[in-house]
Design a protein around this ligand. Structure first.
Ligand code: WQD
Length: 337
């Protein structure tokens, strides 16, 4: 029996595959390489010594995606594949609704047709929008403020309705906070196209001399030092949460939601200081205007995942900075084309 990983050559998908292979799982992966590269498959094999069955297929190509199910004995799925750039989703909402929502419906129709009953979904803290307070619990209001977050919330609703229609389904929805860092080998990491929009890959490129300074988007937020506070979680902790979620789908039916974060918030200045202390590298910065849509503070109450999944983040902010820096230093151009 195999686990299907959609978006398997992406940042989170690839790190999760490495952990699943280490746990002895049999993996089938698919990706359309819209935001990743084939070289990731070589790295997974170098790290684990194992090959995986891989299909280059787009979720919007339902007949092509059906071959994945027809040719393999799939009994569970972890669904990562999605477009995830907030700014792009505002500029091109139909692209996001078509790719993320229609693509997921195509996938779920095949999941149902082939009797796959265990499903883990990659959701996001973006579904909370601007939270009324922090830390954020799973029962907080869901009010996404951009089309990307709306697609994640729509898919959560589709999964809840699907689960209600089939008592044999087990669905776990993981709402990620801010994934950062890289595999300890330095051979896998975050490889954004063009100028990074997220904080940590921007910092690693400043540290590596690819970018001259970090723009700090606003220092007048209602936080301890005026810069935005987020819950950064090591990618290896996030990958581990998926193994715990997959185990959970073996034990429990129905749909369950979990915030996956450390429960600690760090500001932009905190991250700059931690990075400089950990790596000895300077991160020059300049205060820039606020970025539209950014919230003051966003960090998780991970208590439910700690209790019900038996999962807890174990890496600290220094690990995140050290491992991100190692990846950037070893592969300053990211994965080769
Ligand atoms: C973090 C903080 C910025 C870059 C996004 C998505 C979210 C999720 C994770 C998918 C903020 C500040 C950033 C920079 C800066 N992705 N910043 N200079 O916005 O919390 O979340 O990524 O699920 O959906 O919204 O992460 O890393 O972009 O920003 O000052 O060059 O760093 O203002 O306070 P964010 P981020």
């Amino acid at each position: 029996m195999a686990v299907l990983i959609t978006g398997g050559t992406g940042y989170i998908g690839s790190h999760t595959i490495v952990e699943l292979l280490g746990a002895g799982q049999d993996i089938v992966a698919m990706d359309n390489f819209s935001n990743s590269k084939p070289a990731v498959l070589d790295r997974i094999r170098e790290i684990t010594g194992k090959k995986i069955r891989f299909y280059r297929v787009d979720m919007l190509d339902k007949p092509g995606m059906e071959a994945v199910f027809r040719e393999n004995n799939i009994d569970s799925c972890i669904h990562f594949a999605a477009l995830k750039a907030v700014g792009e989703s505002v500029a091109r909402p139909l692209l996001y609704y078509k790719n993320n929502v229609t693509g997921t419906i195509n996938l779920l129709e095949l999941i149902a047709e082939y009797g796959v009953k265990r499903f883990v979904f990659s959701s996001s803290a973006t579904v909370y929008g601007k939270p009324p307070s922090v830390p954020i619990r799973e029962d907080f209001p869901l009010s996404p403020v951009n089309p990307y977050g709306q697609t994640k919330l729509m898919i959560e609703q589709i999964l809840a309705d699907l689960s209600a229609s089939d008592s044999g389904m087990s669905v776990v929805i993981l709402r990620y906070f801010n994934p950062v860092g890289a595999h300890k080998s330095g051979r896998l990491g975050e490889d954004p196209r063009g100028i990074p929009s997220n904080l940590m890959p921007y910092i690693t490129q400043v540290a590596g001399g690819k970018l001259p300074y970090l723009p700090v988007y606003g220092n007048d937020y209602n936080t301890h030092d005026g810069t935005g506070v987020r819950d950064y979680i090591h990618i290896l902790d996030l990958a581990g949460a998926h193994l715990s979620a997959l185990d959970y789908t073996e034990r429990v039916r129905g749909v369950e939601y979990f915030n996956i974060g450390t429960g600690r918030g760090y500001s932009v200045f905190d991250i700059i200081r931690a990075y400089e202390k950990t790596t000895g590298k300077r991160i020059p910065y300049q205060i820039a205007p606020r970025r539209p849509g950014d919230v003051d503070e966003c960090y998780a109450d991970p208590g439910k995942a700690n209790r019900l999944l038996g999962w807890r983040a174990k890496y600290d902010i220094e690990d995140m900075c050290r491992d991100a820096d190692r990846w950037q230093s070893m592969y300053p151009q990211g994965f080769e084309d």
